[in-house]
Design a protein around this ligand. Structure first.
Ligand code: FE2
Ligand code: FE2
Length: 326
């Protein structure tokens, strides 16, 4: 399955780019207060209060050399490079969210924490398998331009990506046998869950701001991301085509020293099977249900709702509809 991010646009980027604008220019007021306050300050507080310290909170002294195989150590290298791809993703987010300074400010936290994920994996290798530390050139190779894409769909894509990564890292922690890396993966999985939570707040905000357009974008990407059941391809942002001009080397994974690493890791190593895949789908559907205030037990139900929204959005965009709605 080939999935081009830049071809997702049923909603044009120009429609989406204004998100948050209305809010900033003319804040809607309720009893003298802004209806929407910025999310960044509170997210900063929350994420700072649970942030772990690289030196203090990783049990480096418990390292057991006999419990780390070459095979396991090599996966850590690939994973460190994959996490480094937060750099081009941040460049994309900032470019595609110029109208939303609140979200852009939150990017500083997300970017910091994702780079730290890459760094802690590299620090592990530096201490225990220095021959496998990624080179600067290997890291730099995953920094490439992503085509502009509709901001709401990208937001949902990354929300699902965080949920998926939370589950992948939980499995990775179980699969590894060396105690230090097991504990690192547990930390990372918890961070990814919190990132998902933060994105979810911005998704709620988008529904408050633009309603139907946001719901429609989220349902559409939600259906795609929950339909994986491990098709031929792992559905994660780092595994999607994001630059037509560079195709087929336009996924983060394709630019790793071993482009087949992710599939091998999932299928043969951490064994991310149907049971785990179902957990991801359940989390996505559960959160979609909360977000849309409607219960979705299956992807089919979400897909039905997606079609309803697409119809509604279609009629809202018909000539003259704006006048009717106003
Ligand atoms: Fe991460
Ligand atoms: Fe994350």
């Amino acid at each position: 399955m080939r999935f081009l991010i830049s071809n997702r646009a049923a909603i044009s980027p120009t429609t989406i780019n204004g998100i948050g604008h209305g809010c900033a220019d003319q804040p809607p007021k309720i009893e003298g207060f802004r209806k929407h306050h910025m999310l960044y300050p509170e997210l900063f507080r929350q994420l700072e209060s649970v942030r772990w310290d690289m030196e203090r909170d990783i049990p480096w002294a418990s390292f057991d050399p006999a419990a780390l195989s070459d095979e396991q150590a090599t996966t850590i290298k690939m994973n460190a490079i994959t996490e480094w791809a937060a750099l081009p993703a941040t460049e994309m987010f900032l470019r595609d969210n110029r109208g939303d300074s609140d979200f852009s400010a939150f990017m500083s936290i997300w970017f910091f924490e994702e780079q730290k994920h890459s760094l802690v994996l590299m620090e592990y290798l530096r201490r225990f398998r220095p021959d496998l530390v990624p080179t600067e050139a290997e890291l730099h190779n995953v920094r490439f331009e992503f085509d502009p894409a509709p901001a709401l769909e990208t937001l949902m894509l990354h929300f699902c990506g965080e949920i998926r990564l939370n589950h992948w890292y939980r499995r990775a922690s179980e699969w590894h046998t060396e105690p230090v890396i097991k504990s690192i993966y547990t930390r990372l999985s918890q961070d990814e869950a919190r990132h998902g939570g933060a994105y979810l707040k911005y998704m709620k905000r988008a529904i408050q701001n633009v309603g139907l357009e946001a719901k429609s974008a989220f349902a559409k990407v939600g259906v795609l991301m929950a339909s994986a059941r491990r098709t031929s391809q792992a559905l994660h942002p780092t595994n999607l085509h994001v630059n037509k001009a560079l195709f087929p080397k336009d996924t983060v994974q394709s630019r790793l020293p071993n482009p087949d690493w992710l599939e091998h890791w999932l299928d043969k190593q951490i064994d991310f099977d149907a049971v785990w895949e179902n957990k991801v789908v359940e989390r996505i559907l559960h959160n979609m249900s909360l977000l849309m205030e409607r219960s979705f037990g299956t992807v089919q139900e979400l897909n039905k709702y997606r079609k309803e929204l697409a119809r509604e959005l279609g009629s809202a965009l018909e000539p003259g509809a704006a006048g009717k709605a106003a």
